[in-house]
Design a protein around this ligand. Structure first.
Ligand code: F6P
Length: 553
């Protein structure tokens, strides 16, 4: 389907043209019900999308685009387990991990929901045993530290959720994360840990990722001569993977191998056994609550009409801003320390999904398929890059994310934080006019000449769109619902814009080149390399003489 040929596509382009001259603040002044009209509540959050360049015409046209591109059909196909990830020949069933697909959905002859429950039961037993001191190292010491070795989807989701749910940590067993093949991270993490009481969790869907496997080998070496290698692997290692055979080949015990399936995309795998670090940190009950929160968003997404559907509307706002208004980035700005990893998590979730330029028909997309996602904690950003958000010529739409209830008892801190969140989205929308700046400067007693001089520097054009998501709290259910909201938003954008959101061919090229280049760092054989790469390797070798390269394996 060529969506650009749809009449509604052209209509949206025309509407975008008209919207560019409108003023957001004026739209609020003209419609006292605007905030009510363009916001919605779910059990876990309020989502306010009123500070976008939309009106009824725009919204209706966006919804028409969603219908014309059969968003509802694609949504149902996903929940029914149809093979919607066609380039990889797989269904997309992360919703099954939180109990959101029926028993009729099968894969390789197995009822998916039953497979999920069996694995969850295994996780539960493992977590409980771990907390009861029943999992012991080679010398009989109870395991006190679990180090997750994994990268991308096998790292970002679990660490993001562990950090977000800090008030729910159970204590007893500490959880650590090593994602980088840069040995510094592994070394720093292992400092202060005792090999006798440390367990490594090798988390890798494919079990072929070089960063993770290299870290696993170095971790094994760190355990030293506590016991013969085979015993170390059986007692100090566990695996989470969709490729259990490879974990077995490495020597990890079957009872410590937790599996998930190829119908779970890596960046959507938090809800599977990949979430084991979360279950360890907050207990299995807490992990279930996280799944329940996500399941409630699944129900909302599947059942609520498009016009009141949170993920659909969030997707439509993003698509409107990026594809039609022409603003190619989206800043993710959490105002909760607990959510400090959310921008990094969403960067992978969204950019690995929709950062593509080929449509489902195999053709070049003639439109922007998704924004560049970036951001960090809003309050820190205020003292760093918000200058750009307020006064650069570029418009960067933003998602502000906060929580009504803090995860701590310092009420005043929380009020300051929330006031800042509200102030920033307001300032981005309203700006400050020339006239107001001039009046304020005059009132401060400055001479007219100086006022004239300073005015252009202090004007904020405003008119910069944003969404605000205010969670009821930072409890596991709310965090689960928030993550699932974004997952479904990503799905909607891809479905409407004709993108296969669940493959990631774009990450393969660099991986292949890296494995071809690694031996050249040692050999210095630069034949066939481009001039720049050859020059960099030559410098590297010149400054790294001798045999200082100690690469694991
Ligand atoms: O970076 C590409 C990628 O394939 C991601 O999609 C995935 O989350 C990550 O690598 C890790 O892969 P694995 O879990 O197979 O080690």
């Amino acid at each position: 389907m060529d969506i650009t040929a749809l009449p509604v596509w052209k209509k949206l382009q025309d509407l975008a043209g008209g919207m560019r001259s409108r003023k957001l603040a004026q739209m609020f002044a003209e419609d006292p019900k605007r905030a009510e009209r363009y916001s919605l509540e779910t059990p876990y959050f309020l989502m306010d999308y009123s500070k976008n360049f939309i009106d009824e015409q725009v919204l209706q046209a966006l919804l028409e685009l969603a219908r014309e591109t059969d968003l509802e059909g694609w949504r149902e196909a996903m929940f029914q387990g149809e093979c919607i990830n066609r380039t990889e020949g797989r269904p997309v069933l992360h919703a099954a991990l939180r109990g959101s697909v029926g028993e009729s959905v099968t894969s390789a002859g197995q009822i998916v929901s039953r497979q999920v429950e069996v694995e969850l039961e295994r996780l539960k037993e493992f977590v409980n045993l771990l907390h009861n001191g029943g999992i012991r190292g080679c010398d009989g010491s109870p395991i006190t530290d679990v180090v997750n070795l994994g990268v991308g989807g096998s790292h970002l989701g679990p660490q993001m959720a562990v950090e977000a749910l800090r008030p729910y940590w159970q204590g007893g067993v500490r959880v650590h994360f090593v994602s980088n093949v840069d040995g510094a991270q592994l070394q720093n993490t292992l400092e202060g840990l005792r090999p006798e009481s440390t367990l490594f969790l090798v988390s890798s869907k494919t079990f072929t990722t070089i960063e993770t496997l290299t870290n696993a080998r170095s971790a094994l070496a760190w355990l030293g001569d506590l016991a013969p290698e085979a015993e170390l692997l059986q007692r100090h290692f566990a695996a989470v993977t969709a490729n259990p055979e490879r974990a077995q080949e490495l020597g990890i015990a079957d009872r410590f191998t937790f599996r998930f399936w190829d119908w779970v995309g890596g960046r959507f795998s938090l809800w599977s056994a990949i979430g084991l670090p979360v279950a360890i940190a907050i207990g299995f009950g807490g992990f279930r609550a996280l799944l329940d929160g996500a399941a409630s968003m699944d129900r909302h997404f599947r059942e609520v009409p498009l016009a009141e559907n949170a993920p659909v509307l969030l997707a439509l706002m993003s698509l409107w801003n990026c594809t039609f208004m022409g603003w190619p980035a989206l800043a993710v700005l959490p105002y909760e320390q607990a959510l400090h990893m959310l921008p990094a998590y969403l960067q992978q979730a969204e950019m690995e999904s929709n950062g593509k330029s080929t449509t489902r028909a195999g053709e070049e997309a003639a439109y922007a398929t998704g924004p560049l996602i970036w951001g960090q904690l809003g309050i820190n950003g205020q003292h760093a890059f918000y200058q750009y958000l307020h006064q650069s010529p570029e418009v960067v739409p933003a998602d502000f994310i906060g929580s009504v209830r803090p995860g701590h008892g310092l009420e005043t801190h929380h009020e300051i934080l929330l006031a800042n969140l509200l102030a920033q989205s307001q300032a981005l929308m309203s700006g400050v006019s020339r006239e107001r700046v001039a009046a304020e400067l005059r009132n401060s007693g400055l001479p007219a000449e100086r006022v004239e001089e300073l005015v252009p520097f202090k004007v904020h054009r405003g008119n910069r769109p944003s969404n605000t998501i205010l969670l009821r709290g930072l409890d596991p259910q709310s965090v689960g619902a928030l993550i699932a909201l974004y997952e479904h938003k990503i799905f909607c954008q891809g479905a409407i814009l004709q993108i296969y959101s669940f493959d990631q061919w774009g990450v393969e090229l660099g991986k292949g080149l890296a494995s071809a280049l690694q031996p050249k760092l040692r050999s210095g054989d630069l034949a066939g390399e481009d001039g720049s790469t050859a020059r960099l390797i030559e410098y590297y070798r010149r400054k790294n003489p001798g045999e200082t390269l100690k690469v694991a394996g």
